[in-house]
Design a protein around this ligand. Sequence first.
Ligand SMILES: [Zn+2]
Ligand SMILES: [Zn+2]
Length: 367
Amino acid sequence: MRAVVYRGVNDLRVETVPVPQIGKNELLVKVAVCGVCPTDIKKIHYGTVLPPRIFGHETAGTIVKIGSGISALLTKNSKLKIQNLKIGDRVALHHHVPCLKCHYCRHRAFAQCETYKRTGITAGFEPAGGGFAEYVRVMDFVLPGVVKIPARNSFEEGAMLEPVNTVLKAVKRLNLLRGDNVLVAGQGPIGLMFTKILQLRGINVLATDLLESRLKLAKKFGAKWTQLVESRETNGESKKKSALDPRPSTLDAAIIAVPSDAAVKQAIQLVRGAGQILLFAHTKRGDELKIDPSAICFDEKDLIGSYSSDFTIQKEVAQLVFSRKLDVRQLITHRFPLEKTADAIVLAGKPTEDSLKITVRRDSVEP
Ligand SMILES: [Zn+2]
Ligand SMILES: [Zn+2]
């Protein structure tokens, strides 16, 4: 089969590799679509993991082979329910599933669970998602994360469950009440998902971005206020504040969906006492940020983070996406064939005025 193999920093090659063999409790899925995710881009740009690997973890496709032991697993009574799966099912995959038993899981810190940290989907080499290939092997411990895609929904919508899950999980980390004002810094695909999910919960969103085109979309996604930011690393907010669009007098929380330290500092100042500042995009290790700790002690502001997904909210995520209350179709602007995955990664790493979510597809069938 064809696969895009990571061979080193910024080195992705289209290669022919064997179709993965599956074990008795595993599935083989023919990939239809895989979303390009910033966490993969970082690994490719900075070489934070050893090659060779096949990336891509926002995967949807069709089950083409089922291991002989799966039917026994389906009837097993466990907390980790597996959907009734059969050959031909159109499914969305989840490459991380927690054990639900360990210390971290009992504290609902699923992303820290050892089982969760293992990647259960591969197209070969060290498991890394494998979505940038024609077929993936789905291991037994991630079977509870397999979600069937309703007939009316597309593979692309299925592929968006994973990123939407990470966003909904983060929203649930905030103590918000209807009518609260929340800053969402960054209106890329993730920021726009935040904006919409918050709006659906009755929250007033102040959306900021460097690109005017994204602010227009933020309005469509339910932002109450928008504000253009000139450059995050110089002095932050723009002076071009629109008189028609005043920002709220208080902010109850801030979500930083861009890896900008200036945005964090500014959010800590802007949020009212006892408000929360959530970091969503600061995944690169080794940076330092100077803050005034009295904002945390005296003003009782919480600086928190959220990473990756929460398996237990998957049903709610599927409902949100498949009902189109959060219509992810509007987020996908570019579709690349598998062979052009490297170009897709370059574009996703350097967004343009008209680019949002980028997907890679196996062939030009249905979206
Ligand atoms: Zn992702
Ligand atoms: Zn666990």
